[in-house]
Design a binder for this molecule. Structure first.
Ligand code: AMP
Length: 202
């Protein structure tokens, strides 16, 4: 993979179970940029028993979205940290149009547009199957059948408009996610290289 690259600002979109977390971690490792996952940050706050954690714990367990003002503030703070200054891979944010607009505004302020938006596409039935499997392996509080359905419903209702929003920028690349982890990552790697060449050329 690449060497000594910087300033890749990557956004990963896709339904629950599409492999966003796995692929984001692989991109972060390959490009030496931080993996910024709002879900991971909320789960860490719950595990640490912070005030934020106590506040969001029941919301996560139910599969609902944490209020925008909390989530946007969290991301604003995270992207302002030193390690994100040379790039980042965002996973799990934005989840709705208000968050997408807040992100666009934040990135405009710091003069750092998204290099690429990757959409991991997967059928609902496969998402359900993968989440059920993950429930057995990891026992995540929000992988109950009710929370799984709620999260998929919210994805279609609130997050799909975010896909439309980024389609309009011409930076969105669709990736078929019903394949093995290395297969998906190989395709992502090609898309990232193409985006990087475009950035270098511009
Ligand atoms: P994830 O690991 O991305 O599936 O996120 C787990 C849970 O954290 C979600 O079901 C939400 O309750 C919460 N969460 C994560 N990211 C966001 C976000 N961008 N906006 C609101 N809630 C979020």
């Amino acid at each position: 993979m690449p060497s000594g690259i910087s300033r890749m600002n990557v956004l990963l979109l896709g339904p629950q179970g599409s492999g966003k977390g796995t692929q984001a971690a692989k991109i972060a490792e390959a490009y030496g940029i931080p993996h910024v996952s709002t879900g991971d940050m909320f789960r860490a706050a719950v595990a640490a028993g912070t005030e934020l954690g106590r506040r969001v714990e029941p919301i996560l367990a139910s599969g609902q979205l944490v209020p925008d003002e909390i989530t946007i503030a969290l991301i604003r703070e995270r992207l302002a940290q030193e390690d994100a200054s040379e790039g980042f891979v965002l996973d799990g944010f934005p989840r709705n149009l208000a968050q997408a607009e807040a992100l666009d505004e934040m990135l405009r302020e710091i003069g750092r547009p998204l290099s690429i938006v990757l959409l991991l596409e997967l059928d609902d039935e496969i998402c359900r199957e993968r989440m059920r499997k993950r429930a057995e392996l990891e026992g995540r509080a929000d992988d109950t059948p009710e929370a799984i359905e709620r999260r998929l419903e919210i994805y279609h209702r609130d997050t799909e408009p975010v896909v439309e929003h980024y389609l309009a920028t011409g930076r969105l690349v669709k990736v078929h996610a019903e394949r093995t982890i290395p297969e998906v990552f190989a395709e992502i790697g090609q898309a990232l290289e193409a985006a990087r060449e475009r950035e270098v050329a511009s």
